[in-house]
Design a protein around this ligand. Structure first.
Ligand code: GLU
Length: 301
């Protein structure tokens, strides 16, 4: 069965503006864009600046300018997470009413010895799960997870998580007062009607939690396709945090061709960007994307 087949398709690209667009984010933008377009769908852009201490408006502007210069055409206005705090607060209140979240008074250092989960983060040991222990004050709000989640990923195949064992209770409202990605992404995908999520495989360990939250809130679950991420020879992701170079805005055709090749497509070399898009709209095939979570590249293309 074609997992991504659906009548109305709305895809999205949701960068965090912590730096300029780099090769890794170009890959996610390209894959999500071509998949939505190949299905006659719409493609939205959302600025995921919910983690405000790490994000800067100038990076958001720069990312949008670069996408535009590369020839990406997004539909509708860009959603900006930092403008949606009231909406996230309402959803958190709803979850409180349901008893699905609880206040947590643990500090980061108190979680130091905790078991490491599927996403590399500590699995919360449950200290505050049944009420704040004496002497602790509420700092954050956590989602109480239970049970297993299975889903079919169009690139990575069948996925399974035992939520309490593999990831544990995650923070939805942080101790510093900012909402967490896990809450924002679920609310935003639902509010924007996103039914096809195409993004990097570094996020695949978050997907089961997001589906769990969608179920709790009565939201539909989108189809998922997690693309391989580019890693360097040490296995580190080429992200803004590892200071991967911004894509070369003077030569979009070259960077787009490299991103398409990375995704298993076979564009001719040396296409100018207009020719690249003509080629890509005709030839994009999600089933050619390598079914792996990461691909090592020698240097930033
Ligand atoms: N904002 C996330 C990132 O830049 C992507 C989140 C998503 O696609 O769900 O890595």
């Amino acid at each position: 069965m074609d997992i991504l087949a659906a009548a109305s398709v709305i895809g999205r690209f949701a960068p965090s503006p912590t730096g300029p667009l780099h090769f890794g984010s170009l890959v996610a933008a390209l894959g999500s864009y071509l998949e939505a377009k190949a299905r006659g769908g719409r493609w939205l852009v959302r600025m995921e600046d919910v983690d405000q201490p790490r994000c800067k408006p100038e990076h958001a502007d720069d990312i949008l300018r670069t996408l535009d210069a590369f020839g990406f055409e997004w539909d509708g206005p860009v959603m900006v997470q930092s403008q949606r705090t009231a909406r996230y607060r309402d959803v958190l209140e709803q979850l409180k009413t349901m008893g699905a979240v609880y206040p947590c008074g643990c500090t980061r250092s108190e979680l130091d010895g905790a078991r490491v989960g599927a996403d590399g983060a500590p699995v919360y040991p449950g200290t505050c799960r049944n009420g704040l222990p004496a002497g602790k004050n509420a700092r954050a709000w956590r989602l109480r997870v239970s049970g297993d989640i299975d889903f079919d990923d169009a690139v990575q195949g069948r996925q399974h998580q035992d939520l309490p064992r593999d990831v544990g209770d995650c923070v939805l409202l942080r101790a510093d007062g900012y909402f967490a990605y896990q809450l924002a992404v679920v609310v935003d995908d639902a509010d924007q009607g996103i039914d096809h999520v195409v993004r990097g495989a570094d996020l695949i360990h978050s997907t089961a939690r997001q589906i769990y939250l969608q179920h709790l809130l009565g939201y539909p679950t989108p189809a998922y396709a997690h693309l391989p991420v580019a890693v360097d020879a040490t296995g580190a992701k080429l992200s803004k945090q590892t200071l991967a170079a911004p894509v070369d805005a003077h030569d979009p055709g070259r960077a787009l061709t490299a991103a398409a090749r990375f995704l298993g497509q076979n564009p001719p070399c040396r296409l100018a960007s207009a020719d690249f898009w003509a080629w890509a709209h005709e030839h994009w095939q999600l089933n050619k994307v390598p079914h792996v979570a990461a691909i090592t590249i020698e240097e930033n293309p």
